[in-house]
Design a protein around this ligand. Structure first.
Ligand SMILES: CC(C)(COP(=O)(O)OP(=O)(O)OC[C@H]1O[C@@H](n2cnc3c(N)ncnc32)[C@H](O)[C@@H]1OP(=O)(O)O)[C@@H](O)C(=O)NCCC(=O)NCCS
Length: 336
C-alpha cells in the first residue's frame, strides 16, 4: 500500500508584546500610514529579552500536539525551519527536542522565508519513505534580534512567532506534492552578511551592522516574489491535476499584502480564498505559513476536503509551493 503523508495537527504562538507601527515613528523616518498602505502591516509581535526561538517553537508545538491528539513522546522526528535559531549550531530543532524531553532525530532547514516549503517537502518525503511516522514540523523566528532599527526599509516589516504542524503517515493522500526553486545568482538582494565563514564575527563586523538583515533592493524582491510564487503554484497544481479555480484556500508567505494580492490575481484565485494574515503578525519568515495556517483553521476557514495551496518566497532567492487535500477535522470537532 502506498504511504501518504498528511497534516493531523496545527498550532501557533505569538509572543504577547504587540508593537504597533507608531512605535517606529520616532526611530526612523516612517509613518503608520506608509507602512499600512505599502505592506498591510499594522503591528507585529516582538519577544521580551531572554525569550528564544525554541521557546516560541515549543509553545506552538504543544498546541499542535493537542489538536493532533497525540503526546510528544509519539514524535519520531523534529524539523525546524528557521534563520534566527537559538544558536548557529546545534540546530534549534535540537533545543526544542531537549525542552520537550525527547530523544528523536532533529534538524533545521535554512531556506529563509521559503523555509516552511522546504521543511514540509522534507518532512512529507521522509514520512512517505518510511524514515519517520510522526513529524513535528516547525517554522520559528525571532527576527527582532537581527533587525536594524535604523533601516526603515526593513525594520518595519518583520515580526517574531512560531507555527507548528504534525505531519503523519496516512492511508489517505493529504500532501500531494511540492515544487521548489532557488536562484543563488540573486543571493545578495536579501542577506545577513556577517557571522559565517565569509565574514566571521569580529568587532569590525559587529560595528558595521553585518549581523543584521540587509535588503538593498526591496522592489526587486517584491517583483521576484510575485513571479516565482505564481509560477510555482501553477506548476504544483498542474502536476497534481488541478486548475487554479479548484483551490479552496491559498496560504501565501505573509510578507506583504500587496504581494499576496498580486499572486492571487495572477492565478485568478478570488481574493477571499487567500489567507491574508499579515496585519497584526508582520512577516515572520519561515513561521509565517504555519502561523497563518493555524489561525485560518481555528477561524473555520479550512474544512475537510478543501484543496489547500501553500506558497512561499525568501532569501536565496528561494521559493516553493505545495498542494494538499485537507484531512483534519473542523476545529469544533477537535479537543485541542
Ligand atoms: C519594502 C517595500 C514594502 C517597499 O515598498 P515599495 O512600494 O516597493 O517602495 P519602494 O521600495 O519603491 O520605495 C519607495 C520609497 O519609500 C521609501 N521607504 C522605504 N521604507 C519606508 C518606510 N518604512 N517608511 C517610509 N518610506 C519608506 C524608500 O526609501 C523609497 O524612497 P525613495 O523613493 O526616496 O528612494 C516593498 O518593496 C516590499 O515589500 N518588498 C519586498 C520586501 C519583502 O517582503 N522582503 C522579504 C521577502 S521574504
Amino acid at each position: 500500500m502506498t504511504r501518504h503523508a498528511t497534516i493531523t495537527g496545527v498550532g501557533s504562538y505569538l509572543p504577547p508584546r504587540l508593537v504597533p507601527n507608531a512605535w517606529f515613528e520616532d526611530k526612523v523616518d516612517t509613518t503608520d500610514a506608509w507602512i499600512r498602505e505599502r505592506t498591510g502591516i499594522r503591528a507585529r509581535h516582538f519577544v521580551e529579552d531572554g525569550v528564544l526561538t525554541s521557546d516560541l517553537a515549543v509553545e506552538a508545538a504543544r498546541r499542535a500536539l493537542a489538536t493532533a491528539g497525540i503526546e510528544a513522546e509519539q514524535l519520531d522526528l523534529i524539523v525546524c525551519a528557521t534563520v534566527t535559531g537559538d544558536t548557529p549550531f546545534p540546530a534549534t530543532a535540537v533545543w526544542v527536542q531537549r525542552k520537550l524531553g525527547l530523544s528523536c532525530p532533529a534538524f533545521d532547514v535554512n531556506a529563509a522565508c521559503a523555509g516552511f516549503s522546504y521543511a514540509l517537502a522534507s518532512a512529507s518525503a521522509m514520512v512517505e519513505a518510511g524514515i519517520a511516522d510522526t513529524v513535528l514540523l516547525l517554522g520559528a523566528e525571532v527576527f527582532s534580534r537581527i533587525l536594524d532599527f535604523t533601516d526603515r526599509s526593513t525594520c518595519v516589516l518583520f515580526g517574531d512567532g512560531a507555527g507548528a504542524a504534525i505531519v503523519r503517515a496516512s492511508e489517505r493522500p493529504g500532501i500531494e506534492g511540492t515544487v521548489l526553486g532557488a536562484d543563488g545568482s540573486a543571493a545578495e538582494v536579501l542577506i545577513m552578511p556577517g557571522g559565517g565563514s565569509r565574514e566571521p564575527a569580529s568587532p569590525a563586523t559587529v560595528a558595521a551592522g553585518r549581523h543584521r538583515i540587509f535588503m538593498p533592493n526591496g522592489r526587486e524582491v517584491f517583483k521576484r516574489a510575485v513571479t516565482e510564487m505564481a509560477s510555482a503554484c501553477r506548476q504544483v497544481l498542474e502536476k497534481n491535476g488541478h486548475a487554479p479555480e479548484d483551490v479552496d484556500v491559498l496560504i501565501p508567505h505573509q510578507a506583504n499584502e500587496r504581494i499576496m494580492r498580486a499572486v492571487a490575481e495572477r492565478l485568478r484565485i478570488p481574493e477571499e480564498r487567500a489567507v491574508l494574515d499579515v496585519a497584526e503578525v508582520g512577516n515572520t519568515s519561515a513561521a509565517s505559513i504555519p502561523i497563518a495556517l493555524d489561525r485560518a483553521w481555528r477561524a473555520g476557514r479550512i474544512r475537510p476536503g478543501d484543496l489547500v495551496l501553500f506558497t512561499s518566497f525568501g532569501a536565496g532567492l528561494t521559493w516553493g509551493a505545495t498542494s494538499m487535500r485537507w484531512t483534519m477535522p473542523a476545529p469544533e470537532e477537535v479537543a485541542g
